[in-house]
Design a protein around this ligand. Structure first.
Ligand SMILES: [Zn+2]
Length: 523
């Protein structure tokens, strides 16, 4: 990794089905972090993509009468790439595990592990959940209910598991348990948040088994390079995307400049990223990731969001009414990143109205309208500063630093809460300073100009600080303020120090009133 580089990834999403708001949530969080680091002057690089191999895809494609590649192409073009537009993701790359750059270099990785003696041939018998694409321990299974009464079912999918017996290739993962424990010990930030770290630690302390990394009962996958009758286990294949997209095997210079990455993952796939993945990298002699951060689940009506449980909500159901900025703001603000959080239409619409429309949008509209009305749109110079003006300036600096510090620990919700202190203080400032009253009296003209100057400065700082989260509204505000250059080029770590414009221009409502919200009744 070169100094100043920041490589961040989302999980690559399984093309078995279409995206729901849980996927969009992960994308937005990674995108906000990437945009923030980019605006802090770092070489930030956001990777996302799709996971396209495995038995589940094969079965879904077959059920739909197409080849698995045709199925994957269709879902990528009609669902997964459009998701990025829907929630306004500025990703730098999109990898598909069917890309040649991935398949060829994943084989190179596997061959290397084989040559180094980390892989052996064995027999495996175990319970396999096709939904999870994972062999299950009996402790991962529960008694089925309803039509599955009397059978063992996957605790996540509530569907029966299959007893498989195969000749497989195995990765000697058990050999890495001590090195993994040392990694968690020496670098407590490697797995975060704390609850996730504790879970992973406890799991590895119970001892690691070797990992079956090939399948021979179907052929939709990357061929094992020394035995083409086997395909690579889909998770082993998928995890490698994080390095094959960054140049592993084909561009050493690029790889050295990007790797290691920060991985944002749902907590249900934590073990793959915090146990299996670093063990694979250790075996290959590659540096482990910088961090694995497991975020919580989105709960709707108290249940984990998933299409299979019929609570799936398409992101466009929200953005069609509220817009992508509101989607991004809501999920980043309302849910503590790393914890489970509940989504509700009532909470979304209440926050849209009170925080975005009234708190931020109205503030921007009012200040700009007053500069137009009282100063012909020319941003006035400040006169002597009062304690109230200096307090606003101090808050601009304080929240810029606080938000930056929170982003370093991935506490996106806390960063936003800090920035909102400036929104609230500026609203209070306008109320107390009463520029409309100052405008009535020629003797308070200098004071009016100082107040409007201070308010415009504060708005510009907000535009810069909020641009990673609500890029569309803040770009409109930046233009209306006459800000210098593109908003995305402004340094978020020096937000208070923005180059002010000379002239404002009219601003349409940033968060227009939403007359009625029709709550979708079915995902
Ligand atoms: Zn399952």
């Amino acid at each position: 990794m070169s100094a100043g580089s920041f490589y961040i990834t989302t999980p690559i999403f399984y093309v078995n089905d279409v995206p729901h708001i849980g996927h969009a949530y992960t994308e937005v969080a990674a995108d906000v972090l990437a945009r923030w680091h980019r605006q802090s002057g770092r070489d930030a690089w956001l990777l996302t993509g799709t996971d396209e191999h495995g038995q589940k895809i094969l079965r879904t494609a077959t059920a739909n009468g197409v080849t698995p590649k045709e199925w994957a192409d269709r879902l990528v073009e009609t669902a997964w790439k459009p998701l990025l537009q829907t929630v306004n993701i500025a990703n730098d790359d999109f990898i598909r595990t069917t890309d040649e750059r991935h398949e060829v270099n994943a084989q190179k990785f596997l061959q290397h592990l084989h040559d180094e003696g980390h892989i052996y041939t064995g027999e495996y018998e175990g319970y396999y959940c096709v939904g999870c694409e994972e062999y299950k321990q009996t402790s991962d299974l529960v008694d089925g209910t309803g039509e599955y009464t009397g059978q063992l079912v996957c605790a996540i999918h509530s569907k029966p598991v299959e007893l498989l017996h195969e000749k497989n290739y195995f990765f000697k993962m058990s050999a890495f348990a001590d090195r993994l424990l040392a990694l968690y010990e020496e670098n407590p930030n490697f797995v975060q948040p704390e609850a996730a770290r504790n879970e992973v630690l406890a799991f590895v302390k119970r001892g690691l088994s070797d990992l079956s990394i090939s399948r021979s009962s179907f052929d939709w996958g990357i061929k094992v390079p020394w035995d083409e009758s086997h395909v690579v286990y889909v998770w082993f294949d998928a995890l490698l995307n994080y390095i094959t997209a960054a140049g592993y095997g084909q561009n050493d210079e690029e790889f050295a400049s990007r790797w290691p990455a920060t991985h944002i993952v749902g907590k249900d796939i934590l073990r793959f990223h915090a146990v299996i993945w670093p063990a694979m990298l250790m075996a290959a002699g590659i540096e482990v990731p910088k961090q694995v951060f497991g975020h919580g689940w989105l709960l709707v009506g108290g249940e984990k969001m998933s299409k299979s449980k019929l609570t799936g909500i398409a992101p466009s159901q929200i953005t069609d009414t509220f817009g992508s900025d509101a989607f991004r703001y809501y999920f980043m603000r309302a849910i503590s990143f790393g914890q489970d959080g509940s989504f509700s239409w009532e909470d979304l619409s209440a926050r849209y109205q009170s925080e975005l429309a009234n708190g931020f949008g109205n503030l921007a509209s009012r200040v700009i309208a007053m500069v137009v009305r009282y100063c012909d749109g020319v941003v006035p110079a400040a006169g002597e500063l009062s304690a109230a003006d200096l307090a606003i300036q101090a808050t601009e600096k304080r929240v810029t630093d606080a938000a930056g510090a929170f982003i370093e620990t991935l506490a996106i919700h806390d960063a936003l809460a800090s920035v909102w202190e400036l929104v609230d203080e500026l609203n209070g400032y306008i109320t107390l300073q009463e520029p409309w009253a100052l405008a009535k009296n020629p003797e308070t003209r200098a004071r009016l100009e100082t107040v409007l100057h201070t308010a415009v400065r504060g708005l510009g700082t907000l535009a810069v600080l909020l641009s990673p989260v609500i890029p569309i509204a803040t770009a409109k505000l930046w233009t209306a303020l006459g800000g210098d250059g593109a908003l995305a080029d402004q340094r978020v770590d020096r937000a208070w120090d923005w180059a002010g414009g000379a002239q404002v221009s009219p601003l349409e409502p940033l968060f227009p009133r939403i007359e009625s919200i029709v709550e979708p009744t079915d995902g």
